[in-house]
Design a binder for this molecule. Structure first.
Ligand code: ZN
Length: 283
């Protein structure tokens, strides 16, 4: 099976080191799609990162990440806008399919969740013209409600798509199984996103039972309770044929050698992440 639709988010293989070292590790395993984080890109320098991408013919399935709009004062909100403009520039230089937006939660000490959500919408509306100019799509990523206070007050796919509809062209969603697998409205909202061409990224990992740390105990595909084959079938039926991007924040996997992690990912991608995979295994 071709690996052209398998992408590695750099958070998954942080232990490999620098931007260049992570790319080398991916290439050793035949993986040519990546999703880097700003810290890796900026440590390498944006020109050098873009050069590595071009020299190796890599596909950049996302740049991580923009967002974090809410702040307790105007200066904080301005700083966030400026930082998002820089992230847009980086995404453009890398030729990324989208800039992933983790929108931010409550400002320090605030109890005003609707107010935070308004700041998110205002912030996105403000950077969107610049993103359109630079031809960078903004992928709003709803995060599991557990993260509403600290990371993202955008928590459901339907809520995110409503926001995309209000913002208009140049916006869409990153659909991460970890954040949305539990949503009873999932199938309907995935179909809706597909109809409108708003699926910009498909992130995968697994939900472990029990999950011991919501931040850093995400599971390797196949180790948890998400039916990833069925999930992928739903995404493809909705019209998205782009890569599955592996994003596993995990202390356990980060403690293992990077080649072991990548070899396991390739094996699981083949055996549990394809449409019909679980049904085939049970037959
Ligand atoms: Zn994600």
């Amino acid at each position: 099976m071709s690996l052209e639709n398998l992408s590695i988010n750099f958070a998954t293989v942080r232990q490999a080191g620098t931007f260049a070292e992570i790319v080398d590790a991916c290439l050793r395993h035949g993986i040519t799609a990546i999703s880097p984080w700003r810290e890796h890109v900026n440590a390498a320098g944006i020109e050098e990162a873009a050069r590595i991408v071009a020299a190796n013919g890599l596909r950049v399935t996302g740049h991580c990440r923009g967002g974090f709009f809410p702040a307790s004062d105007e200066a904080g909100r301005r700083a966030a806008i400026d930082d998002n403009r820089r992230a847009i520039d980086e995404a453009a230089a890398l030729g990324a399919s989208c800039l992933v937006m983790v929108v931010g939660g409550l400002p320090n000490g605030s109890r005003d969740l609707p107010g935070a959500r308004q700041m998110v919408e205002d912030g996105l509306a403000e950077i969107l013209p610049y993103a359109r100019q630079r031809n960078v799509k903004l992928a709003l990523e709803p995060l599991h409600p557990f993260y509403a206070a600290e990371r993202a007050c955008l928590n459901m796919l339907g809520q995110s798509l409503d926001l995309c509809d209000r913002l208009g062209e140049g916006t869409g969603v990153a659909i991460d199984v970890y954040h949305v697998w539990w949503d009873p409205d999932l199938e309907k909202q995935v179909a809706r996103a597909g109809r409108n061409g708003q699926i910009l990224a498909h992130h995968i990992c697994d939900w472990l039972v029990p999950t011991t740390d919501p931040l850093n105990d995400r599971g390797m595909m196949g180790d948890g309770i998400v039916d990833l084959g069925r999930f992928r079938a739903m995404i493809e039926q909705a019209g998205f044929a782009g890569p599955q991007e592996v994003e596993i924040f995990s202390h356990r996997w980060q403690a293992r050698p990077v080649d072991e992690v990548l070899a396991t990912i390739v094996e699981r991608y083949r055996t549990v992440c394809q449409p019909g995979a679980v049904a085939a295994a049970a037959a």
